[in-house]
Design a protein around this ligand. Sequence first.
Ligand code: ATP
Length: 690
Amino acid sequence: LRDGGGGGGVGNDDDDDEEDEDEEKKADDDEGGARGNATKGSEGAAVEAAVPSTKKSDLYALVYLTSNTVAPQHDNIELGVGDSILIKAIGEASGTSNDFIKKKYEKEGDLGNVAMNAKGRQRTLVGFGAVGKKGAMGGGGPRRLSCVDVLRVFKEIANVTGSQSQKWKVDKIKSLLVRAKGTESKYIIRGLQGKLRIGLAQSTVLASLAHAVVLTRPAGVMRPSAARLNEIRNMDGTDGACGSVHAYPDAARKLCCRPEHPLDVQLEAAAAIVKRAYNEVPSYDSLVDALLSQPLHELHRHCTLKPGVPVGPMLAKPTKSIKDVLKRLDGMKFTLEYKYDGERAQIHMLPNGETRVFSRSLLDSSEKFPEVPLYTQESCAASGVTDFVLDAEVVAFNRETGQFAPFQVLSTRKRTGESAESAKIRVIVQAFDLMYLNGKSLLDKKLSERRDLMKKNFLPIDGKFQYATSMDHKEDGDTAAIEEFLDAAVKGQCEGLMVKTLDENAAYEPSRRSLNWLKLKKDYLDGLGDSVDLVPLGAYHGKGKRTGVYGAYLLACYDEDTEQFQSVCKIGTGFSDEDLRDLSASLNNHTIPEKSPQYNVSDTLACDVWFDAVQVWEVKAADLSKSSTHKGAIDKTGEVGRGIGLRFPRFERVRQDKKPEAATTSDQILEMYYAQDSIVGGADGGDDMD
Ligand code: ATP
C-alpha cells in the first residue's frame, strides 16, 4: 500500500494478448513469491519487500469491488442490475443476438461465464476485446480497466434513475465489457448482478485489508512482551486474539504487531482490530482513510461511532429457561427488560438537529416512521442534548386502550408517505440503550451507566416515548419474581424478556451476538428457545389443493466459514393459501437453472426448481436432530457425513429486514442443538430425522 506503487490497476494501456498473458503469469509468480515469504518468515522486512504493492487510491475500489458493494449500507444504494439489461449489453458488446446470450445463460446458469465466453468467441471478430495492437478506438486502443474505473461505473449505474436509464445502463456496461480482458468480463457481470460468488464474506475482506496493513506496516509501533502476548491470546478461550478484542479492546490493541512476534499472531490481532473499527464505523471509505493515515493501535480513535453512520445492532443469544439464564449469568448483576414485538430503531440526532432512524439492517427508515424523530427530540428537549444515538424498539401502539399491537400490525405500515397525524398505525418508542451522547461514544461504558445517562437526558412522554420496562435481578435465588415478570411481559403483548448484564462485561458490542445479552422468548418451553431464520434454496411443485403453486420448500442455514447455504429441512407447514401464492410468485423471479455451487444439499433432495438465495424466512421447529440427509453444521458435528436438521418445521413469516447472509448460521444451529434438554440431559441426540 504505497504511494504511487506499481501495478495498482487491473491493467495498463497495452493491448497485446501475449504480453497480457505474460503479465498475468508474472503477477501470479509475484503473488506466489509473496505468499511464500509471508508464511516462511516472520521478518516483517522480508515480507514487505516481497509483497507487490497497490496504489493507495486503488484500495478503496478494491475493497468495494471484492465485497460487491458500491457504498456503505446506510446509503441505501444497491447494485443488482436486471438480467435483461445485462444480456442486451453482452449481446451488443459481442455482436451476438440477445436470444443467443439468453439461451446460453439458460443452459449454463452463469451470465458471467456467458459474457466471458462471448468475448472469447468474438476476439478475432468485431466485438469487445477485439482490438488489434493499435486498438479499435484509435491510438493505442481502449485503455485497460482499473478497479477505480469499474467502481466508478458501478456507482453511476447504481445511482441512475429515469426513463432513459435502461439504455444508458446498457451503454455503460457495454463500455466496460469492451475494455475487459480475460476473466474480467465474468466478474463485471457477476458484480453487476450482485452475485460475485468469489467466496469472500465481509469478514474475509476486512481480514485481508488488515493483513495488507501489517505486511506493509512501518516499524515502531507499541510492542507487548511475549508473555503479555500469550496472556492476551488466552483471554478468550474460543477464538484467541480475535475474540479478545471485543472484551479487552485496550489489551488487544497492544498486540499491534511487531516483527519479532509470530506473523500469524500479528495478522490475527490486526484483523480483530480492523473488524472492531468497521463495526463502529461501517464505511469502507472511513476505514481505509484511517488505515492509510494511522497506525493500527490508533485506529479506534479515528473509527468511532458518529451520529449519522449507523452501527450493526448488538444481538442476543437464545436461552430456554430461567434456570439457564441464572446459570449463564451466575454471580453477575443483570437486568430483565420486556422484549417488545416491533422493529429495531437506532435513532441518530446530528449536531445540526437532523434526526434519522435506522433499521436492524441499517437502512434508513426515517420516512417510514416520521414521528419517531419528533417524539425523541421532544423527550430530550429539556436536557440540552446536542447529539445522540439511541437504541430502541418502535412498537405499534393503540392509544385508546394503551395496549401494544403485535409486529404483524406494524408490518402493514407503509414505507413512505405517512405523517405522524395521518398514520393509521400509531407507534411508540420503547428506548433501551444510549450509545452516544453530546459528542462522545458510550459504547465502552457499562450498561448501568448508559442507562442512567439515558434516563437523565430523555424523559418519558405518554403514548410517544417510554423506557423499556425493566426489573434488575436480585441475587436471592428467587426465580418466582422472574417468572412473574415474564408472564407480565407476555400478557402485555411482548415476545418475552431480554436479559442484559449491567456492570461486568456490559459494554455495547456493535454487530455482535453477545453472551451478555440473552433472549428468553415466551415459547421457549415448546422447542428450541428461539425461531430460526432460514433461506429457501429450492421448491417442489404442489399437488392437489396446492397445484399451481409450490407445495414445499427446501430451507438452509448459512455457514460463515465456507460461505455455503446448508440444507436443514424441507418445509410444507404453516403457510396460508395467500402465503403460498405470494411466495411462489415472488420466488419465481429468482429461479436459476441448477443448484448453485454455494448450496450444500444432498442429491436425494433434488428440488423441482432452484432459487437464488434472496429471501429469509422465520421458522419454528419442534427440535433439532442429527441427520444423514441434511447438512447443517456438517463439518462441526463431530460425525462424518452427518449434519443437523430441523424436525417439524413451521413457516412463520418472511423476514424483510434480513439478507440471506444474516440468516441463522450453522454455528447457531449447532449451539441450539447442544442446548436441547435431550442432549444436555445425556441422550446422544442421535435419533436420525430422515
Ligand atoms: P436474531 O438475529 O437474534 O434472531 P431478531 O431480529 O430475530 O434477531 P430477536 O431474536 O427476536 O430478533 O431479538 C432481538 C430483537 O428484539 C432486537 O433486535 C430488537 O429489535 C428486539 N427488542 C425488543 N425489545 C428489546 C429490548 N428491551 N432490548 C433489546 N432488543 C429488544
